[in-house]
Design a protein around this ligand. Structure first.
Ligand code: HEM
Length: 446
């Protein structure tokens, strides 16, 4: 933003619906179209107005001032009815204590242990693959990442049918949560339609399962080296630990936050690599030199430089968390515009990360744009993990699992898109393609 910020409104507003139609048809296209109308652009989804941040300086300003721009309002009320009051959903008042108590679970000392679980899950999965199969890469990566999240959270090995049931519940809850977030008329969610009933059942199933595991851990009282053991052990300055409800909500937050993010990023990475044989060849050269036929381990990470840049660039092009909101907790001013208390602010990493003035040739997949010192980017320009005090607590965890998984997979396997198959986006919480069918073959000489 140079000079005075530009304030605008999106064109094409309809009575009652506002911009709900273009948003529902193609949410990412609609959001990407907004910067031409201003740095701060007003849209309406049904009766609800949102101020959309289209400029990195405004994104930064909002993210670092989490007291004024808090999680709340109609959207988060909906999310809280599903996800509880965990770290990702709680308001500023509860956040500092929750963050302090949960941070040790992500301390870098614990990462090598989590990375061992990640590597063993990656080994189990890649060893089960066979030559020439056609797979839905998204479903495959979902399975891998959900396995990793569940095992690093609970250490437990789930039997196949419980695991399948859990994954289905998760899928239904995530899809339903997005619909509810964007549904301006909340009474619609209470009508006992088959979809709403399925959603309620899936939500209860997930909560019941988590409650059962927490109870089992409390009874056993052993440190399993996993996230849940850490959450049960932490104490605040008054010697108070997290209550059962708080633990329950944190487990839920980590489960949701950890599964719906890294999996689509990995699937997108494999897809983008398949569309760019030169970068793919360079990545093969890197993993061949570093791994020499083994699967990747924690100590390999510093040498997997291109692998990491591929993921960084994938997160720029396809940030999984593409729709995030805040609500003002007091009257304030943003970009010279008066925002009364209770105003909704919306930001999407997708908008700013597609700006040509910040990322030349923004539609191009170019991991080498991260060779230069990325700190030359203004604050707020690259935010796939959010920013400020609410920045993703699982950033290092997520980057570690994605780097280990991508390096291990491409060390032995090559994925190619099936003729005529395209990645299609669906408006869920993450910018997840519905499916990503690809063929897989073993790399010669790998
Ligand atoms: C590629 C991987 C990941 C991406 C792109 C990602 C993205 C994000 C983003 C954008 C936020 C901020 C949301 C906001 O501003 O409203 C966030 C917060 C959060 N993420 Fe992640 N995430 C990833 C991995 C993970 C993992 C692996 C976990 C847990 C195991 C996790 C748990 C959380 C939690 C609990 C928060 C809330 C933090 C707070 O408010 O203090 N995420 N994530």
């Amino acid at each position: 933003m140079t000079g005075n910020p530009r304030i605008g409104s999106a064109p094409g507003e309809l009575p009652l619906l506002g911009h709900a139609v273009p948003f529902a048809k193609g949410p990412l296209d609609f959001l990407s179209s907004l910067p031409v109308h201003g740095d701060l652009v007003k849209i309406k989804l049904g009766p609800v107005s949102y101020h959309v941040l289209c400029d990195p300086a405004l994104v930064h300003q909002v993210l670092v001032d989490d007291r004024t721009y808090d999680k709340g309002g109609a959207v988060y009320e909906q999310v809280r009815t599903v996800a509880g009051n965990g770290l990702a959903t709680c308001v500023h008042r509860d956040h500092r204590r929750q963050r302090r108590l949960t941070q040790p679970a992500f301390h870098h000392d614990r990462l090598p242990g989590y990375a061992r679980v990640m590597s063993s899950e990656i080994t189990a999965m890649t060893e089960s693959w066979t030559e020439g199969r056609k797979v839905d890469v998204l479903a495959t990566m979902n399975e891998l990442i959900t396995n990793i999240v569940v095992r690093t959270l609970f250490a437990a090995h789930l039997d196949a049918s419980t695991f399948k049931e859990l994954r289905l519940c998760l899928h239904i809850v995530m899809t339903g949560m997005m619909r509810r977030m964007l549904m301006p008329w909340s009474f619609v969610n209470r009508i006992p339609t088959p979809g709403n009933r399925r959603f309620d059942q899936a939500r209860s199933g997930l909560r019941r399962y988590v409650a059962q595991v927490v109870a089992d851990y409390r009874r056993a009282g052993v440190d399993h080296g996993d996230l849940l053991s850490m959450l049960l052990a932490v104490r605040d300055e008054n010697g108070q630990g997290l209550t059962d409800t708080e633990i329950h909500d944190q487990v839920f937050a980590f489960y949701l936050g950890g599964s719906e993010t890294a999996a689509p990023s990995l699937a997108w990475s494999l897809y983008l690599l398949a569309c760019d044989p030169l970068v793919r060849q360079r990545l093969h050269d890197e993993v061949d030199a570093v791994l020499d036929g083994r699967l990747a381990e924690y100590d390999d990470l510093p040498q997997l430089d291109l692998t990491r840049r591929v993921i960084t660039e994938t997160l720029r092009l396809h940030p999984p968390a593409w729709l995030l909101t805040r609500v003002t907790t007091k009257d304030t001013e943003l970009a010279g515009q008066h925002l009364p208390i209770g105003s909704n602010v919306l930001y999407s990493p997708h908008i700013v990360q597609q700006r040509a003035d910040l990322f030349p040739g923004p539609e191009r997949f170019d991991p080498d744009r991260w060779l230069d010192d990325s700190t030359r980017l203004p604050p707020g320009a690259y935010t796939p993990f959010g920013g400020g005090a609410r920045k993703c607590i699982g950033e290092v965890f997520g980057m570690t699992e994605a780097t280990l998984a991508l390096a291990s997979v491409v060390a032995h396997w090559q994925f190619d898109p099936l003729p005529g198959a395209h990645a299609r986006l669906t408006p869920r919480l993450s910018s997840t393609p519905r499916s990503l069918p690809m063929s897989m073959r073993k790399r010669r000489g790998a």
